[in-house]
Design a protein around this ligand. Structure first.
Ligand SMILES: *[C@@H]1O[C@H](CO)[C@@H](O)[C@H](O)[C@H]1NC(C)=O
Ligand SMILES: *[C@@H]1O[C@H](CO)[C@@H](O)[C@H](O)[C@H]1NC(C)=O
Length: 188
């Protein structure tokens, strides 16, 4: 009887503590806001792009480091699909030039792989499998580089999607940096 009473008392106290913890207002240093965004982005190689992406997302307000990683990951997923669509359209317009045409065909293949790898990264991030995130993001970056280098094999040609792929590459690099912080156990 006595031990049950103690157990109940303990449970009540525990629940109260939990309540208190849950209600503690979150300070800017532990979550969300521009402090966390600035701090996080300063550890990436493209801090301006990082800040632009995060500040323009309504979800970044109140987000922790993991939440910020998810935002950039979603941007990468949108990006890779829309680049694929762009290549598709470009190819439609340039089928006269057989070299360009074959490069674009290779690029579609590379970007299909990159789309799959970004999907795998999204899933890996959901499971907080940070090593897998690193693996898949790196693979996507390498596929995109393969696409770009194809155009350089013939003189006088330039990748018509160089600008887009460079932005995508930077987004991936930002994800790798934030993922690195997460894998080191940082939560804020
Ligand atoms: C990729 O994302 C960046 C950052 O949001 C954006 O500026 C760029 O237009 C996107 N590119 C494509 C092809 O959607
Ligand atoms: C290719 O171009 C034609 C003519 O502009 C258009 O009708 C067709 O929908 C385009 N296809 C794709 C896949 O964009």
């Amino acid at each position: 009887m006595k031990s049950i009473a103690i157990a109940v008392a303990f449970l009540v106290v525990s629940l109260c503590q939990f309540q208190i913890l849950a209600q503690t207002p979150q300070t800017p240093t532990t979550s969300g806001g521009n402090d966390l965004i600035s701090k996080t982005c300063s550890s990436t190689s493209y801090s301006e792009m990082c800040k632009t992406i995060l500040q323009s997302s309504p979800n970044s307000k109140g987000a922790d480091l993991y939440g910020l990683a998810q935002i950039v990951m979603n941007v990468a997923a949108d990006n890779v699909s829309s680049i694929y669509e762009n290549i598709n359209q470009l190819q439609n317009g340039t089928s006269v030039d057989s070299f360009l045409d074959s490069c674009l065909t290779d690029c579609l293949e590379s970007f299909q792989d990159a789309i799959d790898q970004i999907e795998d990264s999204v899933t890996a991030l959901e499971f907080k499998a940070y090593n897998d995130v690193k693996t898949w993001i790196s693979a996507a970056m390498s596929d995109v580089a393969t696409c770009d280098s194809g155009f350089k094999e013939k003189q006088g040609y330039q990748s018509p999607i160089a600008q887009m792929t460079s932005v995508f590459d930077q987004i991936c690099s930002i994800i790798l940096s934030i993922n690195q912080l997460l894998s080191q156990g940082n939560t804020n």
